[in-house]
Ligand binder design. Structure first.
Ligand SMILES: Cc1cc2nc3c(=O)[nH]c(=O)nc-3n(C[C@H](O)[C@H](O)[C@H](O)COP(=O)(O)O)c2cc1C
Length: 315
């Protein structure tokens, strides 16, 4: 049996264009939005219609909210509850200093009582599945993590998604997967595991270790948008990299505002180009350009020179 697979929330990456690209290769079970500021959702900022676009399939789309206080996040949840979605997710895992210094993201892990009140307040605003995505905590204290999550469970969380690193670790050390397995055994609600799943073999190993009801992949889904169907044995046999990158640029133009085109393309290139021997050089060349036509010209030149890298066979 294959695990249910979720595409992770990633700022400037988990937008509709990426979801459409992943769908081209067969898709995955759920897609999380990039983190959405509760305040921006409420104030209806200029870009919100793009951020809130749950396409291509809202029934498999989850809104992830970030914010610093219960009132804003609960109000944003009430607003999102009127839209079709598979669930609402609360971000208690982002450890970027710009986020934590405001009290959002992983900063919630230091405020267990308030985090429980947040889940309680949000629970009253939605009947959709309510998940919380988090890291272990400031330190790798398993008992504290269990206490924190049990509080959320008691207040009505339906699902915990654990990226088993501490909030200080960024991506440095390897994940503590045993925390995922043990948390799954300690809670009544299901647990989803996330972090460093970068191949079919690692994915199946994690799944067979037990404790989880699904697995979530982030960076690998940008580098290899076919990874989800590859895991399930149904990816296309051959991937043409140039066509894939050009298709992504088309999707960006269609599904993101023009003002986001260059920044989102660069974000994507940073991950996708690690597929190539001269990927660092290629990213540098691409990042000098600012138009679709010029990106395409850089790609054409690269693949003309490195014909052997144009396509790969997927088993
Ligand atoms: C560029 C980038 C942006 C991210 N943005 C978010 C975010 O908006 N919300 C969130 O909960 N996690 C975010 N994350 C963390 C991922 O969701 C995920 O937990 C992490 O990348 C580990 O999974 P992976 O090893 O499969 O990439 C981000 C990660 C990256 C690399």
């Amino acid at each position: 049996m294959f695990p249910p697979l979720y595409c992770a929330p990633m700022a400037e990456l988990s937008h509709r264009a990426l979801r459409e690209l992943i769908e081209d290769f067969g898709g995955c079970d759920e897609y999380f939005s990039e983190m959405l500021s509760a305040q921006a959702v409420l104030s209806g900022g200029r870009w919100e219609s793009w951020y809130l676009d749950g396409g291509p399939d809202p029934a498999r789309f989850v809104y992830q909210l970030t914010g610093t206080n219960c009132a804003d996040i609960a109000a944003a949840t009430a607003f999102l509850d009127t839209r079709e979605a598979a669930g609402i997710d609360l971000n208690m895992g982002c450890s970027a200093p710009a986020i934590t210094k405001t009290g959002a993201g992983a900063a919630w892990l230091c405020r267990p009582d308030e985090a429980a009140r947040l889940v309680s307040a949000v629970r009253r605003k939605t009947s959709k599945r309510l998940s919380v995505k988090l890291r272990i905590g400031r330190t790798a204290d398993f008992d504290q993590l269990v206490r924190f999550c049990k509080n959320l469970e008691n207040e009505g969380a339906d699902l915990i998604i654990l990226h088993p690193r501490t909030s200080k670790e960024k991506f440095k050390r390897t994940v503590r997967w045993d925390y995922v397995v043990r948390l799954g055994a300690a809670l009544r609600i299901p647990v989803v595991g996330n972090g460093d799943i970068d191949s079919v073999a690692v994915c199946m190993k994690r799944w067979n270790e037990g404790g989880v009801t699904a697995l979530m992949l982030g960076r690998r889904a940008v580098k290899e948008p076919w990874i989800f169907t590859q895991i399930k044995g149904s990816a296309p046999p051959c991937i043409n990299h140039e066509e894939t990158m050009l298709r992504f640029l088309d999707l960006l133009e269609r599904y993101q505002p023009p003002e986001f085109f260059v920044s989102r393309a660069r974000r994507f290139f940073g991950y996708y180009c690690t597929n190539f021997t001269w990927g660092t050089w290629l990213v540098t060349q691409l990042c000098r350009e600012t138009t679709h036509r010029k990106f395409a010209a850089v790609l054409a030149a690269y693949f003309a020179e490195h014909e052997d890298e144009r396509s790969i066979t997927v088993q």
